[in-house]
Ligand binder design. Structure first.
Ligand SMILES: Nc1ncnc2c1ncn2[C@@H]1O[C@H](COP(=O)(O)OP(=O)(O)OP(=O)(O)O)[C@@H](O)[C@H]1O
Length: 234
């Protein structure tokens, strides 16, 4: 069973005469442990797709199935809890809470859930993300790359099965982008997670297991990077 599946996913904005078909029937399967990148021109529907996959918005038609659960069948409250426990989000603009320090930002989703946190695990995340010694800093006192690593730590804190990342390196220089990508891959391998990432950067997309290209709300092309082609895996 795929960990994440969309079936004929459709999202239309506006009304007749002024209709935007942001998604026009996307059917996609992501297997557990896969790292998939979504590429496409501006306005092609990438963020809309990611938001639907994460249950941040409801589709006009079609389904999103996460770990066997059809998100459209969950009430708002249940969806919020399901999201918090199963999906980690990383955005381009980090979205850290400016008044909370690094440690507090990372454990925030656990606190919102009223869950006790595993101190050893949080320590491991902080170590993996090279944030030791920064635990008490406020986000404003960190570089962009460090802030993005904190955002990654926050996404990992609940040990989500799936990480959805919307241009996670969009605000970072190229060296820091590769570092953050490396950490994403490493943490996904370490914790057995599945990642779906939007990127405009072809080089970064090539680092993932599979590239899905969308245009005008439909899938134009699905391909594995060259390394897979050589092995005959498509
Ligand atoms: N809330 C909304 N209301 C109306 N139209 C919207 C809304 N959100 C997105 N759209 C439209 O849906 C289409 C897809 O938008 P989306 O943000 O998913 O594209 P994208 O591929 O992520 O673009 P970018 O790479 O620029 O971030 C665009 O035409 C956009 O204008």
């Amino acid at each position: 069973m795929s960990i994440l599946q969309t079936i004929n996913l459709t999202k239309h904005y506006g009304k007749e005469g002024n209709l935007t078909k942001a998604l026009d029937g996307i059917s996609l399967r992501v297997e557990q442990g896969e790292f998939v990148s979504i590429v496409g021109t501006s306005g092609s529907g990438k963020s809309t797709l990611l938001n639907m996959m994460g249950g941040l918005d409801y589709p006009t038609a079609g389904q999103v199935i996460v770990d066997g659960i059809d998100l459209s069948q969950l009430s708002d409250d249940k969806l919020t809890v399901f999201r918090r426990r199963n999906i980690g989000f990383v955005f381009q603009h980090f979205n850290l809470v400016p008044t909370l320090n690094v440690f507090e930002n990372i454990v925030l989703p656990l606190q919102l859930d009223g869950a006790k946190y595993d101190k050893a695990y949080i320590k491991e995340i902080i170590h993996l993300l090279h944030l030791e010694g920064k635990e008490e800093n406020l986000p404003g006192a960190l570089s962009g790359g460090q802030q993005q690593r904190v955002a990654l730590g926050r996404a990992l804190a609940t040990k989500p099965a799936i990480i959805l990342a919307d241009e996670p390196t969009g605000n970072l220089d190229s060296k820091t982008s590769f570092d953050v990508m490396g950490l994403l891959k490493l943490s996904a391998q370490r914790f057995g997670q599945t990642i779906v990432m939007i990127t405009h950067n072809d080089e970064l997309a090539q680092m993932t297991d599979r590239i899905v290209r969308i245009e005008d709300g439909i899938i134009k092309q699905r391909k594995a990077p060259l390394s897979h082609a050589v092995k005959g895996e498509w």
